[in-house]
Design a protein around this ligand. Structure first.
Ligand code: DCP
Ligand code: MG
Length: 444
């Protein structure tokens, strides 16, 4: 097997990882074909801001047949129409095979198809990182192996990837290209290498030779500017980059130069981290007027506890810590938490622990805001992090978890300051109002 030992793929970290990068082929166009099977095999253009019969908007994607005419993503529709006339605009003598079927973006429909695909991906891997509507990384190291299958010279990993691909085709009806490699950046290049309907496997010992002829632009982290600079140094391919003097690269590009050098040599120690996995789930609610009424406070805590426990269950999350937050006027924030001996999914326990924590110290305290949180989350299965939950959590604003990773923690929507977005508590046992806490970092 491996003739060369690559840093990050060597035995000292255990076996080589097996990473799949899955990217759907001409995804929006493929979705349109699900609804209109007669579009199969024909040039299809999906336009953003495009109205049937008109000429404005931009190409979101084009089927591979339409790409043959020079139609591509991000092109103005007007340019696409010059290269590939609309089928409805053809005269009686024109060739219908040289005309395009233009459709308007229908994101809701594409999201529903994507959700079906992602459900299969979550079924096939314990760790899934969703990157975009049609793209995800899977770490399947624990599900398959780099060993050769008994029947021949193919790896078990290849058979596994073929299975994933076939399930998507059979169960959803759209085509995916898959790259299989011991690290993320190589898997991504591999998935793109033989599109459409590609399956490219790069075994641990082949990473460097696979990358060698790849243009530098395709190396993860190389943009057009860097590519131009590299070109001026005579570095055109990943192989050139791998062979370049690391000190020269570092002098030119700083620490990034060293990183690019390592990527080109097949070294990428990023691990696939799942999307949409919050560290904690919490909800809080503010009183219109501060109150010391014990029953009012208990009522709010009960409602918050029920809501948090419910959300944890719907996401398949178990928790090991249950906590409360008590804000005393004006902004004195107190947090208390109880750790359990093991992870649980137990709404009644969330309520009773939260109430105990409240009663133990804050029974007579005047409070203006209360919160309940469960943390130390563990996820029993991989199915809970469907796109939906996290998209709605993120819909109101930016990445609220402050770690800058673009992922959404499931916290109340951020708002400026602490207080102005406060709303009356919902004591009716339904969903408490979303309090306007700017950050819940202090609640950890
Ligand atoms: N998309 C878009 N505007 C772009 C690029 C893409 O709206 N400039 C949308 C339409 C694509 C989808 O995102 O269908 C996925 O993007 P990809 O880059 O994966 O492109 P495709 O899936 O369409 O084609 P490919 O087969 O090259 O992956
Ligand atoms: Mg795609």
């Amino acid at each position: 097997m491996a003739e060369e030992t690559l840093p990050g793929t060597a035995d000292d970290d255990g076996p080589d990882s097996i990473v799949l990068h899955v990217d759907m082929d001409c995804f929006y166009a493929a979705c349109e074909r699900l609804r209109e099977p007669e579009l199969e095999g024909k040039p299809v253009v999906v336009g953003m801001g495009y109205e049937p019969g008109e000429g404005h908007g931009a190409v979101a994607t084009a089927s591979y047949e339409a790409r043959e005419f020079g139609v591509e993503s991000a092109q103005p529709i007007s340019t696409a129409l010059e290269r590939l006339p609309r089928i409805d605009d053809l005269g009686p003598d024109d060739d219908p095979a040289a005309a395009g079927h233009y459709r308007t973006v229908d994101l809701e429909f594409y999201k529903s198809v994507a959700a079906d695909v992602k459900a299969i991906l979550h079924d096939c891997a314990d760790v899934v990182r969703e990157v975009s509507i049609d793209e995800a990384y899977l770490d399947v190291t624990d599900r398959t192996a780099w060993d050769l299958a008994a029947s021949g010279d193919r790896t078990l990993a290849e058979g596994f990837a073929r299975y994933v691909k076939q399930r998507i085709a059979r169960e959803v009806g759209v085509a995916a290209s898959i790259g299989v490699a011991p690290n993320m950046s190589t898997a991504k290049i591999a998935s793109d290498f033989d599109k459409p309907d590609g399956l490219v496997v790069v075994r641990p010992g082949e990473v460097r030779s696979f990358l060698a002829p790849i243009p530098v632009e395709e190396v993860h982290g190389v943009g057009p500017v860097t590519a131009r600079k590299l070109g001026s140094l005579g570095i055109e391919t990943a192989g050139d980059l791998a062979d370049a003097d690391a000190a020269v690269l570092e002098a030119e590009f700083g620490s990034r130069g060293r990183e690019l050098h390592e990527r080109a040599r097949g070294y990428d120690d990023r691990t696939v981290t799942p999307t949409g996995r919050p560290k904690s789930l919490s909800r809080e609610s503010a009183f219109t007027e501060p109150t010391d009424d014990s029953e009012d406070k208990r009522e709010v805590v009960r409602a918050l506890a029920a809501d948090v426990a419910d959300r944890a269950r719907s996401r398949g999350a178990m928790y090991r810590t249950i906590g409360i937050k008590v804000v005393v006027p004006p902004f004195d924030i107190n947090t208390r938490a109880t750790s359990l001996s093991g992870p649980v999914d137990d709404p009644e326990l969330v309520e009773s622990v939260a109430l105990d924590l409240l009663d133990a110290e804050f029974e007579a305290t005047t409070v203006r805001k209360l919160g309940v949180r469960v943390s130390k989350l563990s996820f029993a299965d991989a199915d809970q992090s469907s796109l939906d939950g996290w998209e709605s959590a993120g819909a109101g604003g930016a990445d609220g978890d402050g770690d800058g990773d673009g992922r959404v923690s499931d916290e109340p929507e951020a708002s400026a300051g602490d207080g102005d977005a406060d709303e009356p508590p919902n004591t009716g046992g339904g969903t408490p109002s979303r309090g306007g806490q700017s950050s819940l970092v202090e609640f950890d």
